[in-house]
Design a protein around this ligand. Structure first.
Ligand code: CA
Length: 648
């Protein structure tokens, strides 16, 4: 078997040549196994193989030797091998074997749509048989929302339900997201799970990776100690087995995921899928068994590029890798009705691949939202003149937003230096960056549609933990005040707001010794789970009500969802104030005038208003669409708090 550094370096060199691309780029849409009741056609792309075999099995378990039959495949155009079996193969498992000289590799189909336990064998599947009732009528409930009207809630499948207080039956499973009517500890009136998220008012749930990943053993019983975020892809086009109720049954995970998506849609919530095409679980990725070393960026010495810090950057600039990524995204959009995609480390992928995805999705359904981490990372491209999808190239992409580290760090301090404070803690060093971000205009953006505004996500410390780390000895009450200023900045800025699940009631991640955990990717459930019982405490509930209120306020005012810079420049202006710890701005169109005052200072601040009466909607720890009071002349804003007024 090919091991790292043992790939044929002559081939690696050839893959990057124009001749190879011309001869071996296949543009058919039928790679993998195409099922019908009469026959199944298998196709595998493997230009340099001497022989390719398709093996049929009864079981999906790699440890059982229940082979039905093996067939030698036929070499056809552009390096593709094919074979047709004239039988109904629904539910039959299969692998491919490639032979290069005396080297033999058996592996799972890179285009597998279904698989057995732990994703070692693919399964032929009649997908019609996996559709829940009414699937044909299932639609994105927020199809008509513009980009900047979306409000995204980032969630891990397990975190929602794994704590006992969730009151959810299907703990850690996709189906946990389908349970309505759940309450804290199954008693009382405090909503949990999906009812809670609905009540909060977000429009999209963005789920951390739920394709089949490699780090959880699916053959074992659920174990609260064995946890992973899932950024380690094995089968890109198959749902993760550990989130299903039966990982051995190839159809079960597909059915349950579709059922979950349909249920979320019925609850008015769109679904964003976190996708990780920038690296694979390991170098033994099945695509490399078909075309040794093709899938990754490997230099002339056989060394893997490592911009992802995961050891194996994907060579998206190669035609058949690019096609693979595009095919995969379009498949999820079509087959699973996914409403948006969040691309992990998209700065490692090339602009052309992302553009092809955009074009393809636009033909499937309007308003599928796309965004990703456009960080600039060191990677060794296999070709020259390749543009990467980094923040500064956002101008080369249509409707692809990037996470804004500008707003995140300007407001709460640097994420990798826990002691550094941001605006909410009174550090005004980056107040200019903050102001640009409020306008949806970080230096790299060309439109508010390019910008994801957030204060925290699954990475790094939770917002509440970060506030307490950089403000040593801060009281619980004072930390809450900073937290409310932070979410106010996110929700009252131009761009697309995103929040981390549980942030709305002071999510914290602590280990057994009470230390804050900054990187919880393999931490047990007790670190990562959402602790619903906190909602029974008045101070947490109050924070939740504030989040809910400010989301409702954002939604009620189009002035926070402007779609281009020209409009923003016309309608949004800053109000001068002598102290940088106070950022105040006015949003005004021919319908209304809104004043936002963010006070990060320890002082009470007074601001003179223009002539006329103003209704106050947000003040200290209360936010929403109810008028709290009406005033004129002057407004007084409490220390570390936000006030929002609308002209009467
Ligand atoms: Ca898996």
């Amino acid at each position: 078997m090919s091991k790292k550094n043992e790939y044929n370096l002559e081939w690696i060199k050839k893959y990057s040549s124009a001749e190879f691309e011309n001869e071996f780029t296949y543009d058919g849409i039928n790679l993998g196994a195409v099922y019908s009741a009469d026959n199944t056609i298998f196709k595998l792309w493997s230009p340099f193989a001497d022989k390719v075999i398709v093996n049929l099995y009864q079981s999906g378990d790699i440890n059982s030797s229940d082979k039905i039959e093996s067939y030698e495949m036929n070499k056809s155009e552009n390096g593709v091998w094919d074979y047709q079996v004239n039988k109904d193969l629904d539910g039959v498992f299969y692998t491919f074997t490639t032979i290069f000289g005396d080297e033999k590799n058996e592996f799972c189909d890179p285009y597998a749509k279904a698989c057995g336990v732990n994703g070692k064998r693919a399964m032929v599947v009649n997908l019609l048989d996996t559709n829940p009732k009414g699937w044909e009528e299932d639609v994105n409930p927020n199809e008509k929302l513009s980009y900047c009207e979306s409000i995204i809630y980032e969630l891990h499948v397990r975190d929602l339900s794994s704590d006992d207080s969730s009151g959810i039956n299907n703990k850690g499973k996709f189906l946990g997201l389908t349970e309505n009517g759940t309450t804290v500890n199954k008693e009382g009136k405090i909503k949990t799970g999906i009812d809670h998220i609905k009540d909060l008012g977000v429009t999209h749930i963005h789920l951390l990776p739920f394709y089949d990943y490699g780090s959880i053993d699916e053959s074992k019983e659920y174990d609260s100690e064995k946890y992973n975020w899932g950024y380690d892809p094995v089968n890109y086009n198959v749902p993760e087995g550990s989130y299903s109720t039966n990982a051995f049954d190839g159809k079960n995970r597909i059915k349950e995921l579709k059922e979950t998506i349909a249920s979320l849609h019925k609850n008015g919530i769109s679904v964003v899928m976190d996708v990780v095409y920038n690296h694979t679980y390991d170098e033994e990725f099945c695509f490399n068994k078909a075309v040794p070393g093709y899938f990754h960026r490997i230099d002339e010495n056989g060394v893997f590029s490592n911009g992802s810090i995961c050891g194996n950057d994907t060579a998206s600039e190669r035609s058949m890798v690019s096609k693979y990524i595009v095919d995969s995204v379009l498949y999820w959009a079509r087959e699973y009705h996914i409403d948006g995609f969040r691309f992990d480390l998209v700065g490692l992928l090339d602009v052309d691949t992302i553009s092809k995805i955009r074009e393809g999705l636009d033909k499937i359904r309007p308003n599928i939202i796309l965004y990703g981490e456009g960080w600039s990372l060191e990677t060794k491209l296999t070709k020259e003149n390749v543009d990467l999808a980094v923040q500064k190239n956002v101008c080369k992409l249509k409707d692809f937003a990037m996470f804004s580290d500008d707003i995140r760090d300007a407001m709460k301090g640097h994420v990798f230096d826990e002691k550094v404070k941001g605006f909410i803690s009174g550090n005004t060093e980056n107040v200019d960056v903050l102001k640009k971000s409020i306008m949806g205009m970080p230096d790299w953006s060309t439109s508010p549609r390019d910008v994801i505004n957030y204060t925290s996500c699954h990475d790094n410390y939770t917002l509440f933990d970060k506030i307490r780390l950089c403000n040593e000895g801060i009281s619980f009450e004072d930390a809450i005040k900073q937290n409310l200023v932070a979410i106010s900045i996110v929700m009252l800025s131009q761009g697309i707001p995103l929040m981390n699940a549980g942030e709305e009631f002071l999510r914290t991640k602590t280990d057994n010794e009470g230390n804050f955990v900054g990187d919880s990717y393999i931490s047990p459930d007790y670190v990562n789970s959402i602790k619903w019982s906190n909602l029974e405490k008045e101070e947490y509930k109050k924070v939740y009500e504030f989040y809910k209120g400010i989301i409702a306020f954002r939604k009620a005012h189009k002035l926070f969802q402007l779609e281009d810079f020209k409009e923003i420049e016309e309608k949004v202006s800053f109000i001068d104030y002598e102290d940088d710890k106070v950022v105040a701005y006015k949003l005004k169109d021919n319908k209304e005038e809104i004043i936002v005052i963010l006070n990060a200072s320890e002082e009470n601040v007074k601001i003179t208003l223009d002539e006329g009466k103003y209704n106050v909607f947000i003040k200290e720890d209360i936010a929403g669409n109810d008028v709290l009071c009406t005033l004129e002349g002057e407004v007084s804003v409490a220390p570390v708090s936000v006030t929002v007024l609308v002209k009467y």
